[in-house]
Design a protein around this ligand. Sequence first.
Ligand SMILES: [Zn+2]
Length: 93
Amino acid sequence: MDVAAERIERLHELARAAAADDEHDRARYYVRLARRVAERNRLTLPREFRRFTCDRCDAYLRPGRNARVRLQDGHVVITCDCGAHTRYPYDDR
Ligand SMILES: [Zn+2]
């Protein structure tokens, strides 16, 4: 794993930890940083990162806390408190 990918992993961890403490502004800060690192280095963000972050407001999503999860037509739909949806196939691994 290169340095940029490691940095993204680390920021992902920090975002998750911040969200777990209900520090959502701090979580957003880490999410935005991770996106920027990915962009600059032309990296694809890890799947888990894409699933648990909101594309619209950069929140780190925690189902049951700041996001709702629904199953719909074989897809998992995660709705952020800001109203944006993230969708992915249920059986995708
Ligand atoms: Zn959102």
